[in-house]
Design a binder for this molecule. Structure first.
Ligand SMILES: NC(=O)C1=CN([C@@H]2O[C@H](COP(=O)(O)OP(=O)(O)OC[C@H]3O[C@@H](n4cnc5c(N)ncnc54)[C@H](O)[C@@H]3O)[C@@H](O)[C@H]2O)[C@@H](O)CC1
Ligand SMILES: Nc1ncnc2c1ncn2[C@@H]1O[C@H](COP(=O)(O)OP(=O)(O)O)[C@@H](O)[C@H]1O
Ligand SMILES: [K+]
Length: 478
C-alpha cells in the first residue's frame, strides 16, 4: 500500500494538469516552487535509498527543472549524480539548469550504464503527445529503480492512461495536490509508492480554481448518525426487488443495506417459496409477495428502492423500473435493471444512483474509453443520475459535475456478488438521508474498507459483517 493510501489526512481535491498549471500561475513564484519541488524529490530519495550513482533524465520543461534541482540537492548530500538533458531547458527550468554544475551526459541508453537509480524528470503535467523516439528508447533501456517526478513520463495526469509508453516507477513524488492520473489505472499502478509533497503553494489558489474532482474518503461525506429520537422507520426503509431465478443477489444487497443502517429492509419476492427462503436466510428482513408493484407504489413510506441484483434485463424489469420512476421513488439501479435500458439512458431520468460495471456502462452509454472520469461525468449529465462506475478505480460522478475516484478497493473484491452488496449499502445510505453523490461515494469507500478487513479469499457474504467495523473506523478518522 502506498504512503498516500495510508494517510487519511491527504487533501481530497484533485487537480488536472491544466488546473495544476493554473495553480502554478496564480501562485506566481515559479522558481521558488521548482526549488521546493526538486528539494522534496531529493528528500524522498534520500529517505528511501542508500547513496547510489544517479542519472537524472531531464526534459525541457518544468518537470526537467525539478530534476536539475533534485540533482543539485543529491550531489550536495554527497551522492554521485549526472544529468542527461533531452533538450535545452526553457522558462524557469533554464534557471534551475544554470545552477547545475555537475556532469552532463547524452540523453541516450548508453548513459544509463553507470546508474543505480534513475530520476525520471522528462515529462510531467506538460505531456502533450505520446512518448516515442529517443525518449521511448532511453526509458525502455532503464534497468534500475525509477523515481518519477510528478508522474512517470508517458502517464497522462488527467486520465491515468499511458500515452505511447511509460515505465513502472518505484516511487513518484508529486506536489501540492494529487492528479486524477495518480489514482486512475494504469497510472496509479505505474506510480509505485506515491508521495505528495508540500511546496509552499498557497491553498487560497483552490478558491479561484474550484476543483470538481476529489479523492474519495471520509472527508468528502458524513455518515448518518442515529440519535435518541431515532426509530426504525426514521432510519429509512429500503425495498429490494428480488427474482426467483437469482434470488441470492437481492439477498446480498439486502444484507448490505441492513448492515449499512437501513431501519427496515423488505425483499419484494416473485413467489412465496423465495420469500420463505429469504426469511430463513435473513430473519431480520421483511418479505413481500403477490401483486407487489401496486402495493409498493402506493405505500408512501417506501421511498427508496434497489433494483437490479438478480433481475433479468427484460420487459418486466423495464416496466417495474419505469413505474417506480413515474411514482417518484428514489432508485439505486444495478445489473439487470441497467441492461434492461441498454441504449436508452434517457429513460432512467429521475433515478438517484446507477452502479454499472464497465460492460453495463457500455450497454447504456457506449464504451468507457481511456478517460473514466470524463466518461462517468458525461453519463451523469446524460442520465441525470449519480453514476458509480465500478472497478479497481471506481469513479463516482454527479450530474452537477462533481466526481470522486475511489482507491481503497483491494483486488480480491473482484468476486461475484460484491457489487450487489455495494448497491444495498448505497440504497441504505440514501434511505437515511444522504444525498445521492455522498451516498454513492460513501458506499464505495465502505465496501473497499470492508473488503480490506475481510482479507484475501473473502466472498461477497463476508462483506456485510465487516461494515459495522468500517463505520467505527470512519468515526475515528473524522
Ligand atoms: N504547481 C505546479 O504546477 C508546479 C509544477 N512543477 C513541475 O512542472 C511540471 C509541468 O511543467 P511543464 O508545464 O513545463 O511541462 P513538462 O515539463 O511536463 O513538459 C513540457 C515540455 O515537454 C515537451 N513535451 C511534452 N510531451 C512531449 C513528448 N511526448 N515528446 C517530446 N516532448 C514533449 C513540451 O513541448 C514542453 O517543452 C510538473 O509536472 C512539475 O514537475 C514544479 O516545478 C513545481 C510547481
Ligand atoms: N480488480 C478489482 N479491484 C478492486 N475492486 C474490484 C476489482 N474488480 C471489481 N471490483 C469491485 O468488485 C465489485 C464487483 O461488482 P459487480 O461487477 O457488479 O459484480 P457482481 O454483480 O457479481 O456483484 C465492484 O464493487 C467493483 O468495483
Ligand atoms: K516525470
Amino acid at each position: 500500500m502506498s504512503a498516500m493510501t495510508r494517510r487519511a489526512a491527504t487533501p481530497s481535491e484533485l487537480l488536472s494538469p491544466t488546473e495544476m498549471a493554473e495553480a502554478d500561475r496564480l501562485a506566481g513564484n515559479g522558481p521558488a516552487l521548482m526549488e521546493a519541488a526538486g528539494a522534496a524529490v531529493a528528500r524522498a530519495i534520500r529517505s528511501r535509498f542508500r547513496p547510489l550513482p544517479v542519472l537524472v533524465l531531464a526534459g525541457p520543461g518544468h518537470n526537467g527543472g525539478d530534476g536539475y534541482v533534485a540533482a543539485r540537492h543529491l550531489e550536495r548530500a554527497g551522492w554521485d549524480v549526472a544529468v542527461a538533458p533531452l533538450a535545452p531547458p526553457n522558462g524557469d527550468a533554464a534557471g534551475a539548469a544554470a545552477h547545475w554544475r555537475g556532469p552532463i551526459r547524452p540523453f541516450a541508453p548508453a548513459s544509463l550504464a553507470r546508474a543505480g537509480l534513475v530520476v525520471d524528470a522528462v515529462f510531467g503535467a506538460g505531456l502533450s503527445r505520446p512518448v516515442d523516439g529517443q525518449v521511448a528508447e532511453t526509458l525502455c533501456a532503464i534497468r534500475t529503480p525509477i523515481v518519477a517526478v510528478d508522474v512517470p513520463s508517458g502517464v497522462d495526469g488527467a486520465t491515468g492512461a499511458v500515452r505511447g509508453l511509460a515505465r513502472q516507477a518505484a516511487l513518484t513524488v508529486t506536489f501540492f495536490r494529487l492528479k486524477p492520473g495518480h489514482l486512475l489505472l494504469p497510472g496509479r499502478d505505474l506510480c509505485g509508492e506515491t508521495v505528495l509533497a508540500e511546496i509552499g503553494l498557497p491553498e487560497a489558489v483552490l478558491d479561484r480554481i474550484g476543483p470538481r474532482s476529489f479523492r474519495n474518503g471520509p472527508g468528502l461525506w458524513r455518515l448518518p448518525q442515529p440519535d435518541t429520537a431515532t426509530h426504525k422507520h426514521s432510519r429509512g426503509h429500503v425495498t429490494m426487488l428480488s427474482s426467483d431465478a437469482l434470488s441470492g443477489a437481492a439477498l446480498l444487497a439486502a444484507r448490505g443495506a441492513r448492515r449499512a443502517g437501513a431501519g427496515l429492509v423488505t425483499l419484494a419476492c416473485e413467489s412465496e417459496n423465495a420469500a420463505r427462503a429469504h426469511r430463513m436466510a435473513e430473519p431480520g428482513a421483511l418479505t413481500l409477495t403477490g401483486d407487489w408493484p401496486e402495493a409498493l407504489l402506493e405505500d408512501g413510506r417506501r421511498e427508496v428502492f434497489c433494483a437490479g441484483p438478480g433481475l433479468p434485463p427484460d420487459a418486466t424489469t423495464r416496466g417495474t423500473v419505469a413505474a417506480l420512476l413515474a411514482a417518484g421513488k428514489r432508485l439505486v439501479l444495478d445489473a439487470g435493471a441497467l441492461t434492461a435500458f441498454a441504449g436508452h439512458p434517457d429513460r432512467l431520468h429521475g433515478a438517484a444512483i446507477l452502479t454499472p460495471h464497465m460492460a453495463e456502462f457500455a450497454r447504456l452509454f457506449g464504451e468507457v474509453g481511456k478517460d473514466r472520469l470524463e466518461a462517468a461525468r458525461r453519463a451523469a449529465a446524460q442520465s441525470g443520475a449519480v453514476i458509480l462506475l465500478k472497478g479497481s478505480d471506481t469513479v463516482i460522478a454527479a450530474p452537477d459535475g462533481r466526481a470522486a475516484i475511489n482507491d481503497n478497493a483491494p483486488a480480491w473484491l473482484a468476486t461475484g456478488g460484491t457489487g450487489d452488496v455495494l448497491a444495498g449499502i448505497a440504497a441504505a445510505l440514501l434511505a437515511q438521508g444522504m444525498p445521492p453523490f455522498e451516498a454513492a461515494c460513501a458506499a464505495a469507500w465502505l465496501q473497499g474498507e470492508a473488503a480490506q478487513r475481510a482479507g484475501p479469499g473473502m466472498i461477497a457474504e463476508d462483506l456485510p459483517p465487516q461494515i459495522h467495523a468500517t463505520f467505527l473506523h470512519v468515526a475515528a478518522l473524522i
